[in-house]
Ligand binder design. Structure first.
Ligand code: TXA
Ligand code: MG
Length: 326
């Protein structure tokens, strides 16, 4: 299959609309990461997403909508908490999980009776979703287990020849995927941390919100079971920023790369910056992983920031390194 890469304009949006209507897959930018979209009501189209990514079929997809009204056509029960989150935090980098309507195919939800719904805030994602006129289910547009794509060129690296169209937009501003908030249970649960934090959600809901571990370790989001975000090089993580340990690592591995905040610049020539603050770390992490793997056999990530704004990046880097901590 030949993959077209087109700038987003009226003409390319019309082409995207035709592909989606014909049951094909289109890659598109959002403020978090690029997505691989198909008509959520078309099972044949949805299966093409799983094929293009090499994704296990029991890992459910997020349904993306342009406006709040569309949520009522997808969820069977839009709870009071859901309305609060929709009013205060959507559109934006958050996904809510609600009981699904029977019209949403099981292949979208991995057989679950719930559905994840997201309303992206970026102009480009909004333009795409408005043009295609269907709810669009979309995972991140990377090959399964690879770092998520935050620029059109990352999508092309993984998806060239596998999808007919990549809509070429700006680099993703947030840089890590949306916070996934399960509102289908007795208590609100954050299944995946992101840049919308626990405190922000608690402020909006006026009550406590939990992480699954606090309740039951087996209650994670299905996607959490799989290998994730791994670059093509042996990767280690340090979370305390201990200079002696980091120095020792580079004495032993002088050719290794370093992904870290700017204060660690100068320790080794192959340095990939996570900026200074948590937001910059989120913005840079996936492109740093993809840049580093091109020139490194071994890699050390140092993520020494703590606190809930830093949690999203921590959640990604702990998976990238397969739990190998120094
Ligand atoms: O920012 C994002 O969320 C991006 C962009 C493209 O919107 N999308 C994204 O999709 O990250 P994906 O497929 O890479 O991750 C979706 C996550 C997975 O961890 C999946 O298990 C979880 O959402 N999920 C989807 N439906 C669910 C459901 N019904 N119940 C629990 N978790 C669900
Ligand atoms: Mg993903």
């Amino acid at each position: 299959m030949k993959t077209q890469v087109l700038n987003i304009d009226e003409k390319s949006l019309q082409i995207a609309k035709e592909y989606i209507a014909n049951g094909d897959v289109v890659a598109f930018p959002t403020e978090t990461v690029y997505g691989l979209g198909a008509n959520a009501f078309n099972e044949v189209a949805v299966k093409k997403i799983f094929e293009a990514k090499g994704r296990p079929s029991d890992n459910p997809l997020i349904v993306h909508v342009a406006d709040k009204q569309a949520v009522y056509g997808i969820a069977s029960e839009v709870t009071d908490d859901a309305v609060k989150v929709m009013d205060s935090l959507m559109p934006g980098p958050i996904t809510i999980v609600l009981k699904k309507q029977s019209t949403i195919p099981h292949c979208v939800t991995g057989g679950l009776d719930t559905v994840a719904i997201r309303m992206p805030s970026s102009d480009e994602a909004q333009a795409f979703l408005s043009a295609v006129e269907y709810p669009i289910c979309a995972p991140s547009a990377n090959t399964s287990s690879r770092p998520s794509p935050t620029s059109w060129s990352h999508v092309a690296e993984d998806m060239d020849g596998k999808v007919p169209l990549i809509l070429k937009g700006k680099d993703c501003q947030v840089g890590i995927e949306s916070t996934v908030l399960d509102l289908s249970r007795d208590v609100p649960l954050i299944l995946r941390p992101g840049m919308v934090t626990k405190s922000e959600i608690e402020f909006v809901l006026g009550k406590e919100v939990f992480f699954p571990d606090a309740i039951d370790k087996s209650m994670n989001s299905p996607g959490i079971r799989y290998k994730h975000y791994a670059p093509n090089c042996e990767t280690f993580l340090n979370t305390d920023g201990d200079l002696q340990k980091i120095w020792d690592f580079f004495v032993e591995n002088p050719d290794a790369g370093l992904i870290a905040r700017d204060k660690f610049w100068g320790l080794t020539p192959k340095f990939f910056s996570l900026g200074k603050k948590a937001q910059e770390g989120a913005h840079n992490i996936f492109s740093a992983l993809r840049d580093a793997e091109k020139v490194c056999d071994k890699l050390l990530i140092v993520w020494d920031l703590k606190g809930e704004e830093a949690d999203g990046v921590f959640n990604r880097v702990i998976k990238s390194c397969g739990g190998k901590i120094i």
